[in-house]
Design a protein around this ligand. Structure first.
Ligand code: GLY
Ligand code: MN
Length: 354
């Protein structure tokens, strides 16, 4: 079923006669449009896509199942929304809650003939279950992430700065036709105790943990991988902590089966870390959905009470962060299937001393 028809089905179930899609990522999911400015208006009988003249040719090559309307100054997007809406049988339009307050205020004042209602997160909910095409794109992005980590291991040695490593990561993704899915994290020594550190001019030293967290966005879809290495020589404490995080990560990847629950898998990660009193240092959720956004809808955490279904893709990323000592995280991207979970990032994850 096309994404448009999946949306129509969800709209019917939620009793939404007309939906205005303004979120750019949702718009891409719905229409295939990769540009940066446009909206869609969907009812059971009509699907309209409106963009400005910069995206005339562009949208015609990408948007196939929506009627395209192009506007140019002095006409505005709101003029076009009013025009396209005349094709609706309803005066009620649902809008996405992610619109800014000022944009919402201006639009509802200008288009005051309509009744505006806030839509539930219909498209974000649908995005949790990936199509075969989406899975293939995520798979390709994950393959590139593996290659990036492989490429970067040759740089890890005492004296090199975190910043230089991060530049090489960016270059690698871009040179291979991708964007970076997010600013790479390269965190060494004491900095590795910060889950989200910004790469600094700190030079790697023997005995550091160095955590590398990066991902590429290839053909619109993201990967997200983290590997932690030790520079030169590992202490017993490095090995002990690393292996416990690894044990937790492996168990949670294996637990990502249809019918499981994100909350329970997060709890499993903590239970394993706590075998050696490490849960106190695990300060974030276990994972998140992955897709068009690096933090796609869906998650594995104590606050997400949601059953896991085939077609969902999650990151699994337990970590421990100990102030003054350092920290580590191990992260893979995992596809939920009808049977065993499929781990999409395949770079080895046993402790590597480089
Ligand atoms: N890999 C970065 C994050 O998940 O926040
Ligand atoms: Mn992540």
């Amino acid at each position: 079923m096309s994404n448009l028809n999946r949306l129509r089905q969800a709209m019917e179930q939620a009793s939404i006669p007309a939906l205005l899609v303004t979120d750019n990522v949702n718009l891409r999911w719905l229409t295939g449009f990769t540009g940066s400015s446009g909206i869609a208006l969907v009812t059971q009988n009509h699907a309209g896509f409106v963009t400005d003249a910069r995206y005339d040719l562009w949208s015609r090559s990408e948007v196939t199942d929506h009627e395209i309307t192009i506007y140019q100054r002095p006409r505005t997007l709101d003029d076009l929304i009013a025009e396209v809406s005349t094709k609706f049988q309803s005066k009620e339009i649902a809008f996405e809650g992610s619109i800014s307050y000022s944009a919402w205020k201006a639009r509802t004042e200008k288009l005051s003939d309509f009744t505006w209602i806030e839509s539930p997160d219909l498209i974000r909910d649908l995005r949790k279950i990936k199509t075969v095409d989406e899975i293939n794109r995520i798979r390709a992005a994950c393959k590139l992430a593996d290659a990036c980590i492989e490429n970067i291991t040759r740089m890890i040695q005492p004296g090199i700065t975190e910043y230089d490593i991060s530049l090489d990561i960016e270059f690698f993704y871009r040179r291979n036709g991708a964007e970076i899915a997010f600013d790479p994290i390269v965190a060494s020594g004491p900095n590795s105790a910060r889950p989200h550190a910004t790469p600094s001019e700190r030079k790697l030293e023997v005995g550091d943990f160095v955590t590398i967290d990066c991902g590429g966005k290839l053909d619109g879809y993201c990967s997200d991988i983290t590997r932690t290495f030790v520079v030169g020589k590992a202490s017993d404490r490095h090995v002990e902590i690393y292996n416990q995080v690894l044990k937790s990560e492996i168990a949670c990847c294996a637990a990502l089966k249809s019918g499981a629950n994100g909350k329970e898998i997060d709890a499993l990660a903590r239970e394993i870390l706590d075998e050696i009193d490490l849960n106190q240092y695990f300060t974030h959720g276990l994972g998140h959905g992955l897709g068009l956004d690096v933090h796609d809808p869906g998650g594995l955490s104590s606050t997400v009470d949601q059953p896991i279904e085939p077609g969902m893709v999650f990151t699994v990323e337990p970590g421990v962060y100990i102030e003054g000592f350092g920290g580590l995280r191990i992260e893979d991207d995992v596809l939920v299937t009808d049977s065993e979970p499929e781990i999409l990032t395949l770079f080895p994850k046993e402790l590597m001393i480089l």
